[in-house]
Ligand binder design. Structure first.
Ligand code: PEP
Ligand code: CO
Length: 452
């Protein structure tokens, strides 16, 4: 494909899958103009740092943990849920550091994960058809015409809440939040569950004991506090779906080459918007940020190679993160051809697995859920494939929350389909709750190969 020159606006000449239908061009222009005047949410220094960490990860020296809500919500921009999300990501990262004996890069799906692709543009309830809910950046979840209208000012509202979220995250990280490293702050009540086999319980307890010992050992070294030694860093990410929002934050910065998307450290391109000649690939091929790309088993190896070539023509380290999401049933056959093609091309990528989006099912009552065991199975499948191929399994991507929701079935708590309605709070896809997320991490920890 011939490459025309890139500008922050060149995406506008391409077809955008999942494009939002705004009904008032003047209003859209005014909202985007407002957004374009506002300060950036992240800095180029942080983006460069993340890219260098991802370059290390591509060499097998770091592991990536990416996680958070499917659809972040403005109503949930409150201290409790934000702190709970940081807490679970931090605790999971400790287990993963312990298992892999390498540093873990923590990347939240937060501070901007407000736009959602939908398989159906409209939703019908009791004979009434309205536009689907496309995330708080676009319209509102309520089922009435006014709520479902695409409101351009929500772009500004989303930006503001991303800023508030990020401000709180930065303060927590600065001020002693790192204490939560220690297993005495973890909720390990699921270890008592009768559904847990004695062998698994023993295994989990061993991991907890070892993490505790390691932290105590570091503390005993004395010179510095554990929180200093294990300085906590969080990066942000979201699906770069709404290109009005993203491009208003694509900027140049003083004394650096190129453009940065300053809405987040790492945008990713979704499975539904990764068309080679589409608007999303066009915008993101021009930015300096690392870029994630979701890939299912529907992606042909040739397509994936062309995506890599288009998004990273100079094969820069730390730039491309391929997040495979094939489903437990498809990963073992679907992943090898992609890995073989990328290996043969000699291109640098970081391979991660999102075991959530290929494992969404609907219960008989029509509730969207995911089964803990299917999620584990996709992760194990991906790890086995990478091991057989000699490629580095570089990270995991989860939809999760730090709260006690009932959205996914299974895990030691034995959540069943009947439990789902107890606290089903997601605006879009089902998330692992706090205990399921921690248990998931224990479950995969023993399979992650230590660096030494
Ligand atoms: C998501 O991550 O929320 C998502 C929609 O994923 P995918 O593009 O992989 O379906
Ligand atoms: Co989702």
């Amino acid at each position: 494909m011939a490459k025309s020159s890139w500008t922050p606006d060149s995406w506008k000449a391409r077809k955008a899958a999942q494009a939002v239908q705004y009904d008032d061009a003047g209003e859209l222009e005014a909202a985007v103009g407002t957004l374009a005047q506002l300060p950036p949410l992240v800095t180029s220094f942080e983006i460069e740092k993340l890219r260098s960490f991802l370059a290390d990860a591509q060499e097998g020296r770091r592991f990536v943990l990416q996680g958070g809500d499917c659809a972040e919500s403005i109503a949930e921009c409150r201290p409790g849920p934000i702190a709970a999300k940081l807490k679970i990501l931090l605790q999971m990262s400790m287990v993963l550091i312990h298992a892999g004996k390498r540093p873990v890069v923590r990347i939240g799906r937060f501070a901007g994960q407000y736009a959602k692709p939908r398989s159906q543009p409209t939703e019908t309830r009791e004979g009434t058809t309205l536009p689907s809910y496309f995330g708080d950046l676009v319209n509102r979840p309520g089922f009435d015409p006014n709520s479902r209208r695409a409101d351009p000012w929500l772009l500004v509202e989303g930006y503001k809440h991303a800023g508030l979220t990020l401000n709180f995250i930065r303060s927590l990280v600065e001020g002693g939040f790192a204490d939560l490293h220690h297993p005495e702050y973890w909720d390990l009540s699921f270890l008592e569950s009768a559904t847990l086999s004695p062998a698994l319980r023993q295994e989990y307890e061993t991991i907890v004991g070892e993490v505790s010992n390691a932290l105590r050992f570091m503390q005993a070294l004395g010179e510095r506090e554990v929180s200093e030694l294990t300085r906590v860093e969080f990066f942000t990410s979201h699906e770069g779906l709404n290109l009005w929002y993203e491009s208003a934050l694509v900027r140049r910065v003083p004394r650096r080459e190129g453009h940065y998307d300053l809405s987040t450290h790492m945008p990713w391109i979704g499975e539904r918007t990764r068309q080679l000649d589409g608007a999303h690939v066009e915008l993101f091929r021009g930015i300096r940020n690392p870029v994630g790309v979701k890939v299912s088993n529907k992606a042909a190896p040739k397509e994936v190679l062309e995506l890599i070539e288009t998004l990273n023509p100079d094969d820069e380290p730390g730039k491309i993160v391929l997040i495979t999401r094939m489903g437990a049933g498809a990963v073992r056959d679907g992943l090898p051809p992609l890995i073989e093609a990328v290996k043969a091309s000699g291109r640098r990528v970081l391979w991660m697995t999102d075991p959530m989006h290929g494992n969404t099912i609907s219960t008989e009552k029509g509730i969207k859920t995911r089964d803990f065991d299917a999620i584990v199975s996709e992760l194990e499948g991906a790890m086995a494939v990478h091991e057989a191929q000699g490629t580095y399994f570089g990270g995991v991507h989860f939809e999760l929350t730090g709260d006690d929701v009932t959205e996914c079935v299974g895990g030691a708590d034995g959540l069943t389909e009947d439990d789902l309605t107890k606290n089903y709070a997601t605006l879009c896809d089902p998330r692992l709750n706090y205990r399921q997320a921690l248990e998931m991490t224990f479950r995969i920890a023993k399979r992650i190969r230590p660096a030494f």
